[in-house]
Design a protein around this ligand. Sequence first.
Ligand SMILES: [Fe+2]
Length: 300
Amino acid sequence: MTATATRPRGPYAFEYARLAVPDLASSINFYTDHVGLSLEERSAEHAFMRADTSHHVIELVEDTTLSDFHCLALGYSAESATVLAEIRQRLEDNGIEVFDMHPRTAALVEDGFAVKDPNGQTIEIFTGFEEYAEPPLVEWRPLEIVHPFLSTPAYRESQNFYLDILGFLASDFIISDGFGASSFIRGEDRYHHSLALRQDNSYYVAHLCFKMKSLDHVMRGRAKALYKDVNIASDIVNHSASTSIAFYLYEPQHGPRIELCDGHRVFTPEEHETHQARRMTADPRNIDVWRAASDDWERF
Ligand SMILES: [Fe+2]
């Protein structure tokens, strides 16, 4: 029997983030102009924005009491009804309460449920996410949303939840006794990571990653940010683990840091089943190939 047939299967891919923002109209403009997303549906309180054919990658929900964004939910697909049922069973076997998805997203999927991770973050898992026949007729846009990066004081509990219970697979670890310990973990779509965890003092969604069409599209996004004085929180890096080149925007009223990347590693089907997660030293060169020395952390 192959490893594929015997191991538990995890979620398939990261599909969307639902973000509460203080000013819906202003955030729609940000995601349109600086991330390349297309507005597809809007009401007084919410908006769906898509990147490619998938129904949406960002849902914005207006909450005028906020000054900065708040992440309401992260959505993951499962590849089949069987896998969805197996994931649900593992959660219930571990005494973790499963509840209904938000009615707006529940209406867009075949079947699904929601659960809270050890940080209290709502995760929605589902099959049959609606899609469009064609991508938007927009040249500068992401091909997909790739991963969220979660900073958490409940690092071990989060590893247990995502790896041992949900069934994500480990791609790489950054080893540290405290702050900075990181886990890059993947779903069944074989992207090097569909979720990353980092040990920190408080919980927050540190960034959302979008894959652009090419390095030129990443650099055009960087130029657009510079031209409009949008804050670049971390400039161009070459990620050692996922072999992607990226930079990060950060306007907290609109969302977490937004990583625009080119060239994210996808494992082959064989690597996906056999890869042993590397245990990498907490050294900036293990995060960005272009760092100068072991203490060159300044520009992250
Ligand atoms: Fe990332």
